[in-house]
Ligand binder design. Structure first.
Ligand code: E4P
Length: 215
């Protein structure tokens, strides 16, 4: 499973990339807003740090607007993936952008029928939002299972990108179900590394080493 980082924070991306843990980056308008900087400036800086797919989201919601904006975003850098909302106009735009060789990430997916439509439109990635489904007392992971199974049944090329990840078990479960990618907040990347036995074991090794230091 590929690991993307879900942030526009340059320090967070630099930290995770230094561990070799970043195959790509996803951003959205809320994440860009948190930086207090412009989308183009931040996105280009991310492209310098990570050599992989970098999702940048359109703000237009009509076909012509999404295609125009998508082409502009894609022209910024070869690694840009145009993030498009899962609405009818968005899927029309995905079809047009795909025909021009531009990669797309269809975002805000909350159901299997939506995911089928996105694959039919030619999306490069589909982003089911697991955590937001859990937030309203659903089971986001069921959606991952449904989409992975349906895409396998019909050999769709669209990759399943598990998004809105909240904790390490989301990552493990998405991996067990065969999601192609999980996009993780920086905090979850560090949570994945933690184990109390690792910390306790290291503490003991260092304490024991001190006993014979200089011997
Ligand atoms: C996906 O690409 C989105 O940026 C993201 O995963 C949304 O997550 P949230 O529900 O934590 O905002």
């Amino acid at each position: 499973m590929k690991i993307f980082i879900d942030t526009a924070d340059i320090d967070e991306i630099r930290d995770a990339a230094a561990m070799g843990l970043v195959d790509g980056v996803t951003t959205n308008p809320s994440l860009i807003a948190k930086t207090g900087r412009g989308q183009k400036e931040v996105t280009l800086e991310i492209c310098e740090l990570v050599d992989g797919p970098i999702s940048a989201e359109v703000l237009a919601t009509d076909f012509e607007g999404i295609v125009k904006e998508g082409k502009e975003l894609a022209a910024w850098h070869d690694n840009i993936v145009v993030k498009v909302p899962l609405i009818a106009e968005g899927l029309k735009a995905v079809r047009a952008l795909t025909a021009e060789g531009i990669k797309t990430n269809v975002t805000l997916c909350f159901s299997a029928p939506q995911a089928i439509m996105a694959a039919k439109a030619g999306a490069t990635y589909i982003s089911p939002f697991i955590g937001r489904i859990d937030d309203i007392s659903g089971t986001g992971m069921h959606l991952i299972q449904e989409i992975v199974t349906i895409y396998q049944n019909y050999d769709y090329d669209t990759e399943v990108l598990a998004a809105s990840i909240r904790h390490p078990m989301h990552v493990v479960e998405a991996a067990l179900l065969g999601a192609d990618v999980a996009t993780l907040p920086h905090k979850v990347i560090h949570q994945l590394l933690k184990h109390p036995l690792t910390d306790a074991g290291l503490e003991k090794f260092l304490a024991d080493a001190k006993k014979t230091a200089g011997a």
